[in-house]
Design a protein around this ligand. Sequence first.
Ligand SMILES: Nc1ncnc2c1ncn2[C@@H]1O[C@H](COP(=O)(O)OP(=O)(O)O)[C@@H](O)[C@H]1O
Ligand SMILES: [Mg+2]
Length: 374
Amino acid sequence: MHIAILYNRDHELLEDDPGREAREDVTRVASALSEALSRGDTHAEPLPVEGSRLDFVDVLARMRPDLVINLCESVAADSRGEMVIPCLLDMLGLPYTGSPALSLGLALHKDKAKELLRARGVSTPGFARVERLEDLEAVDLPFPLIVKPAREDASVGITADSVVHDRAALRRTVEAVLRTFHQPALIEQYIAGREIYVPLLGNQPRRALPLTEIHFGKLFEDRPNIVTYAAKWEADSADYQNTPSGLCLLEDPALEARLVQTALDAFAALECQDYGRVDMRVSPQGVPYVIDINPNCDLHPEAGFAKAARAAGIDYPSLATRLVEIALERAHGHSTPRSKGSGAARLPDSANRNVLAGRGNGRDRARRSRASAE
Ligand SMILES: Nc1ncnc2c1ncn2[C@@H]1O[C@H](COP(=O)(O)OP(=O)(O)O)[C@@H](O)[C@H]1O
Ligand SMILES: [Mg+2]
């Protein structure tokens, strides 16, 4: 089997890119997966998307791999390019791992994702989106609040100053987000309480891997308990050292069930596929609030998802293999690649069937929609 591992190589593009470490990390994930999967007659080959260049499309069109592992989190150092990649893979008719463009786009348009969650009755903190400072006047949410860039992830743009307690600080922080990130700011009610992540794997069935909790150390005693950019990426920083994560031990099985169900509902609301992680804060009253949905979450062997898999007895090579099987099952109805040389167009069979390939064929379109399990 021939697998292409597509990843973004764009961390050298912008010297002052606020998400540099996050963008560099993906190269290491591509190598780790290549090593884990290249066994026997399976060859898994990393293929970079360099800047905004599209030559990888021609390479893939010629290569016609059995599967693309899509690790791209940005294009040309812009997270908003993430959703372009599944569209191009759909156009090429290649099956790929992870979520389709719509889900990736929604997850990165946090206000839209939250509107969907609300419409489906999934609990998420109250929020407002602000595009211009003038919009702030209409914002009427109770303090404390947290301000984040509306279109980023991986804690990009999150600092200790992101949590605000009065209107002057709110204005300052929103202004900084608008100026630095050239995108709307999301203002959200700050939920004090535990931070717990639910990793999800599979489609039909979809299972939760062991829950992970972020612990906030001494440094955070008189600071808002949030995972800042430094806490996530800068290993030498005090923030990082004071935010160890570990398996989440919940005394209350009903709370665990609520967390898992809320995560499943959130994942389904965005029609995410294959794997991902839903980040939650649990209020002191025991209500889980969805703060972030991460389809195609970080697959680094030492990142939370792989650690949770390990805790469930799935080592990294087995996780890599499972991800391949899950994507192929969804695409073809079984976990082996299609035989080569049949001459037939190698379009994925179901969930990844693309709108363009199905154009003019109403039946194909109708069948396309629900194959990704909820
Ligand atoms: N509404 C909230 N209440 C409390 N903490 C929050 C809230 N939203 C975000 N945070 C904190 O900020 C961090 C990053 O925010 P998140 O929404 O997960 O963005 P990202 O997509 O960058 O991971 C979270 O891990 C959490 O610690
Ligand atoms: Mg998050």
